[in-house]
Design a protein around this ligand. Structure first.
Ligand code: UT7
Length: 323
C-alpha cells in the first residue's frame, strides 16, 4: 500500500463586482476587441473596497470543506498560495485559520506568484506523504487588482481577483498510476528572468509597487516551459499525454493555453478554460478552474488531470493528479 494525497473537496469564491473589457475603453487606449483577441479575456472580478485576499480565501475554503463533507476539526494544515496577502505578516493562511475557527494544526503561505498553487499542492502532498498531516486545505487566493498600474494598458486589463481551494486527504493507494490522488509533481524556477515579471515595490523598498511585465517575453517562455513540465510530470507518473482526461492550466492567456495543448498533442476539448470569465487570477486560477470544471460536470472522479503554471521568478511547474 502507498500513501496518497487525494482530492476530496473543491470550492471557490469570486468577488461580486464583474468588470467587462468595455469598462477599460473609457480610461485607456484599448478596446474590447484587442483584449479578447490577444488574451481571450472577456471579463474579470474585482474585490470590493476593504475586501481582502484572506476574505476570498476563507469563503473558498468553506466551500471546499462543505464539498468534502469534512469537519474543520479534522483539518491538520492550511497552505495558502498568494502574492497579495492582506498584511506583510502574519500569513494569509493563519488569518484564514482564525476566520474558520480552527485552533489547532498549522498554517503558512507559499509565494511562487502564478505558479503558487502548483507549489502549494506539491508542499501539501509532501506533508501528507511524510505523515506530517492527514488533511490539508490548499488555497490559491489573490487580489491582483491592488497591484495594478491603471495607466499601463499592457498589464491592467489582464488580471482579476478570486480564490479557489482543495481539500487533500491521506488515503491508501496500491502504488500504481491508477490510484486516485497526486501521482507526480515537477517544480522549476530560474531567477535570472526576474525582470520579465515583477512588482516594483515591497517591504524592503518601503513601497507597495505595481506589477511590471514584458508580456511577449513571458509568452515565449510559457508555451515551451509549460508543455515540458507537463510532459515531465506525466513521465514521472509513468503516463503520457494520451492518458490525460483534462489539462487544467494556469489561466493567463488563451493563446498560451492553446499553444501548450498543441505542443502536448491534445485538442482543446481536453482543456478546462475559464480565462474568459476570470482573467489572470495568478495563484487562484488553477483551483478556480478545477472548481468550475467540476461544477460544469467536466471533471469527474477517476479523471487524470495535469495542472501547469508559470509566473514571476520565473517559477513554473506541474502536478499530475487522478481526481
Ligand atoms: O500569469 C503570469 C504569466 N503571464 C503571462 O503568461 C502573460 C504572457 N503574455 C501575454 O499574455 C501577452 O504577451 C499579452 C496579452 C500581455 C500581450 O500580447 P502580445 O501579442 O504579446 O502583444 P505585445 O505585448 O507584443 O504588444 C503588441 C501591441 C503593442 O503595440 P506596438 O508596439 O506593436 O505598437 C502594444 O503596445 O499591442 C499593444 N498593446 C495594446 N493595445 C491595445 C498592449 N496592450 C494593449 C491594450 N490595448 N490593452
Amino acid at each position: 500500500m502507498t500513501r496518497r494525497a487525494v482530492v476530496t473537496g473543491v470550492g471557490h469564491y469570486l468577488p461580486e463586482r464583474v468588470v467587462p473589457n468595455s469598462e477599460f475603453e473609457s480610461t485607456l487606449d484599448t478596446t474590447d476587441e484587442w483584449i479578447r483577441s490577444r488574451s481571450g479575456i472577456e471579463r474579470r472580478h474585482f474585490a470590493a473596497e476593504g475586501e481582502t485576499t484572506s476574505d476570498l480565501a476563507t469563503k473558498a475554503a468553506r466551500a471546499a470543506l462543505e464539498d468534502a463533507g469534512c469537519d474543520l476539526d479534522a483539518v491538520d494544515a492550511i497552505v495558502v498560495a498568494t502574492s497579495t496577502a492582506d498584511l506583510t505578516f502574519p500569513s494569509a493562511a493563519t488569518m484564514v485559520q482564525a476566520r474558520l475557527g480552527m485552533t489547532s494544526g498549522f498554517a503558512f503561505d507559499v509565494q511562487a506568484v502564478c505558479a503558487g498553487f502548483v507549489y502549494a499542492l506539491s508542499n501539501a502532498n509532501a506533508l501528507i506523504l511524510s505523515g506530517q498531516a492527514d488533511r490539508v486545505l490548499v488555497i490559491g487566493a489573490e487580489t491582483f487588482s491592488r497591484i495594478m498600474d491603471w495607466t499601463d494598458r499592457s498589464t491592467c486589463v489582464l488580471f482579476g481577483d478570486g480564490a479557489g481551494a482543495l481539500l487533500l486527504e491521506a488515503q491508501e493507494g496500491e502504488g500504481r498510476n491508477t490510484d486516485r490522488g497526486i501521482l507526480a509533481v515537477d517544480l522549476n524556477s530560474d531567477g535570472r528572468y526576474k525582470d520579465l515579471l515583477y512588482v516594483d515595490g515591497g517591504v524592503s523598498t518601503q513601497t507597495t509597487g505595481h506589477l511590471r511585465m514584458q508580456g511577449n517575453q513571458v509568452f515565449r517562455h510559457a508555451v515551451e516551459k509549460l508543455a515540458k513540465t507537463a510532459n515531465t510530470s506525466l513521465e514521472r507518473a509513468g503516463l503520457t499525454s494520451d492518458d490525460v482526461d483534462w489539462i487544467v492550466p494556469h489561466q493567463a492567456n488563451i493563446r498560451i493555453i492553446q499553444g501548450t495543448a498543441k505542443k502536448m498533442g491534445l485538442g482543446m476539448d481536453k482543456v478546462v478554460v475559464t480565462v474568459q470569465d476570470h482573467g489572470n487570477t495568478s495563484a487562484a486560477s488553477i483551483p478556480l478552474a478545477l472548481s468550475v470544471g467540476k461544477q460544469k460536470g467536466q471533471i469527474k472522479s477517476g479523471d487524470l488531470i495535469v495542472t501547469e503554471a508559470i509566473g514571476g521568478g520565473l517559477a513554473w511547474g506541474s502536478v499530475v493528479v487522478r481526481w
